[in-house]
Write a protein that binds this ligand. Structure first.
Ligand code: DC
Length: 222
């Protein structure tokens, strides 16, 4: 049986940075489930399919093959055979991923892929519904958050580094909308399950967060 660590939390809480480091430290596989929703978002943007058009999205699901491979130890997403790893971090794709992730059929398809991967490897998987749904049996569950101003500042700085034109106020508004969608959707909303280790990283460094999780994992006897 593989050992599974689930990390959930809102956008820009630092989940992927922490999960990657943790996976590296432990020698586990890092599985970024957001990248799979982004792959579908990328498809929809390219095919000009509106994220509000649920019927069309459900129809195209059968035409879409999302595959995860590990190249140089990095999770790489393939959409119908094309490596799209460098194309899924745009604003348009982020929006599309956030919106299409509310659709039940979308979630079912991607959750199947996520569970299959987790059954094959010791892994650290991050997302929104990992501890509450995808890996209910995870050996360790973490809920990682930070206050909204802190997350907005982090996201804003990332955007500026990527030369995306935006303001701090716009970035904060976008995050608030995403938080609302993630926590209020009908299917698998973001929640903090009672058994999760709750970490507010607002005043913590990445290393402090990773150390805290490892300490907690050791206490639970891996
Ligand atoms: O973590 P991220 O920003 O790359 O995720 C992109 C979108 O996918 C996010 O807006 C919410 C959605 N998502 C989800 O609904 N469930 C997951 N397990 C992971 C991501």
């Amino acid at each position: 049986m593989s050992y599974k660590i689930a990390i959930d939390g809102p956008s820009s809480a630092g989940k992927s940075t922490v999960a990657k480091l943790l996976a590296k430290d432990l020698g586990y596989m890092y599985i970024d489930t957001g990248a799979m929703y982004r792959a579908l978002g990328y498809y929809l943007v390219n095919k000009n399919i509106s994220c509000e058009d649920e019927e069309s999205i459900i129809k195209v699901l059968d035409d879409i093959d999302i595959d995860i491979k590990y190249i140089d130890e990095e999770q790489t997403v393939f959409l119908n055979g094309e490596n799209i790893n460098n194309k899924i971090r745009t604003q348009a794709v982020s929006d599309a991923a956030s919106k299409c992730s509310t659709i039940k059929e979308v979630r079912c398809k991607l959750i199947d892929i996520q569970r299959k991967l987790a059954s094959e490897y010791n892994c650290v998987m991050d997302g929104r519904d990992i501890g509450s749904n995808v890996l209910k049996d995870a050996n360790l569950k973490v809920y990682l958050t930070a206050d909204i101003d802190c997350r907005a500042k982090r996201r804003y700085e990332e955007n500026i580094n990527k030369r995306i034109k935006t303001t701090l106020a716009e970035t904060k508004k976008d995050l608030e909308e995403r938080d609302y969608r993630d926590t209020h959707r009908e299917h698998n909303p973001l929640i903090c399950v009672p058994e999760a280790l709750y970490i507010d990283s607002s005043d913590m460094s990445v290393d402090q967060v990773v150390d805290k999780i490892i300490e907690y994992a050791d206490g639970k006897k891996r």
